[in-house]
Ligand binder design. Structure first.
Ligand code: C2O
Ligand code: CU
Length: 505
């Protein structure tokens, strides 16, 4: 294992605990970057594409010579990439061949409540399941069985009536999201539209999704996670250490440790997703002689920005997406460009490497103007709501994380916004909390005393809320009535009850 000391603090500015690996790890940049396969529909009709995904246990090859058991969509990690066209409906039949219940959520999807993956709308294993001893001591597991329960398989319907954007799908099972995503239940879902297709941005093989997350490994190659198969809170001693979130010492990109990608001397579009449970990153690019290479950001969580933004580094909280163009065209074959994490140290300061292999013709470019974003006018807001994210008490036995002082209760609705209204939601935090809203994206109005940066000025669905900070966003829900979520996307916080529900009316 790479020596980082015992479970110490990582230099992320977070207090989350670092879990060191016990397996021997590969040298950085010796593994090729894998690209998740694109899923093909089983059939299509005039309005809809139909997919089938099987959730199963499988062995992944992540560390050399070792097998890592995963929970995988189609048995792979990351899961297969779905690619859709805006406005074209898709139905994804998920079959659960895992030993545990699951819930599928399309993060960033404008999805009806019945398919949004409410945390107690369980898809039970096809082979059967009964909540066993593992639930005996959970804080609020009693609510488990009161949702909309399906067994074996379930059809999730996505209208995808939304702009082109980089979405992702992942598990959302109440109290168990963190361990189930950690073990592999996450994949990309890209939505394209005509506006984006008409732009001269890099396309095809030069449009590459990068799912970045940290993991720790056991001697035998298994993922190392505190109390993997039990509930975190039910294990004495785990509370205190991992309440802040779990950090691993291995950085995976598309499931490979510190990989390398061979690139042409051309522009590339990378859709960066921070799929980590708790880790924040600050990504930067450098050549061998340590010249900094900029990212040109063209999009965020909710699709294209109005104008591109040149950034020397990108701070990414869990679940945030950054759609960037990197220009390798000026580099000679043989040049290496390394992507680092300025918030990490030692192994967690490295992410991946690009190696320029050949000169090519490239007529892609980044136009000045990318899109038009309708502004949600805060003066037209009909409601302002406060959401306070802080440590708190879940019940007599357990500390956890709360919103407005309350732990998550799936039967309690904490707000009833009216469809079509503009509202201002004001978030305050004790520590770092990446705040995510389901159903519709929002616009950041203020961060502390400042207006949002250009990078943060597009549509977002997750915002990096920093210690003691207040962030105000404008949001407007449309189309779908029902129960949706608002929560912290630090997945350990989420499982320790930092979620709230709202019902659109
Ligand atoms: Cu990415 Cu409610 O989740
Ligand atoms: Cu949090």
């Amino acid at each position: 294992a790479v020596a980082l000391g015992a479970c110490g603090r990582d230099s992320t500015g977070q207090t989350a605990q670092l879990l060191p690996s016990r397996a021997s790890l590969p040298k950085p940049y010796t593994v090729r970057l894998p690209i998740p396969p694109v899923k093909k529909p089983l059939r299509s009709d005039a309005t809809t594409d139909y997919y089938e995904v099987v959730q199963k246990v499988a062995d992944a090859r992540i560390l050399p010579g070792l097998r890592t058991p995963i929970l995988g969509y189609d048995g792979i990690f990351p899961g297969p990439t779905l690619i859709s066209r805006s406005g074209r409906r898709i139905v994804v039949r998920h079959r659960n061949e895992l030993p545990v219940p699951t819930v599928v959520h399309l993060h960033g999807g404008h999805t009806p409540a019945s398919s949004d993956g409410y945390p107690i709308d369980l898809l039970l294993p096809s082979a059967g399941w009964s909540p066993g001893a593992s639930h005996a001591s959970t804080g609020h597991g009693a609510a488990m069985m009161t949702g909309d329960v399906a067994k074996g398989q379930r059809d999730y319907t996505y209208p995808l009536d939304q702009r082109a954007a980089t979405l992702w799908y992942h598990d959302h099972r109440m109290d168990f999201t963190a361990p189930q995503v950690y073990r592999g239940l996450a994949g990309f879902h890209l939505v394209h539209d005509d506006e984006e297709a008409a732009l001269p941005l890099p396309k095809g093989e030069r449009d590459i999704p990068l799912m970045i997350c940290d993991r720790a490994f056991e001697h035998d190659g298994a993922f190392r996670y505190p109390s993997l198969d039990r509930e975190l809170r039910s294990t004495p001693g785990v509370d205190a250490d991992f309440m802040e979130g779990v950090l691993g010492d291995v950085i995976l990109v598309n499931g490979a440790p510190w990989p390398e990608l061979e690139v042409d001397a051309a522009r590339y579009r990378f859709r960066i997703l921070n799929a980590s449970n708790a880790r924040r990153y600050q990504f930067a690019l450098r050549t061998g002689d340590s010249t900094s290479v900029p990212f040109v950001q063209v999009g965020g969580d909710g699709g294209l920005l109005e104008r591109s933004v040149e950034l020397q580094s990108i701070v990414a909280a869990p679940a945030e997406r950054f759609d960037v163009v990197v220009d390798f065209s000026g580099y000679r074959p043989g040049t290496v460009v390394t992507m680092t994490n300025q918030l990490g140290s030692g192994p967690t300061a490295r992410v991946m490497r690009f190696r320029v292999t050949r000169k090519v013709r490239d007529d892609s470019r980044v136009p000045d103007r990318l899109s038009t974003i309708e502004r949600l006018d805060p003066a037209k807001a009909v409601h302002t709501r406060e959401w306070r994210f802080a440590r708190g008490v879940i019940n007599e036995e357990h500390k956890g994380w709360t919103i407005n002082g309350k732990p998550f209760d799936p039967r309690r609705m904490d707000a009833r916004p009216r469809l079509g209204d503009i509202e201002i939601w004001r978030f305050t935090a004790d520590l770092h909390h990446p705040v995510h809203i389901h159903l519709d994206p929002f616009q950041v109005l203020r961060r502390g005393n400042h207006s949002p940066s250009d990078s943060e000025s597009g549509w977002k669905d997750t915002v990096d809320l920093r210690p003691t900070e207040t962030v105000e966003v404008a949001v407007r829900f449309t189309d779908h009535r029902g129960a949706f979520m608002l929560h912290c996307h630090n997945l350990e916080h989420e499982d320790m009850a930092m979620m709230a529900s709202f019902a659109t009316v």
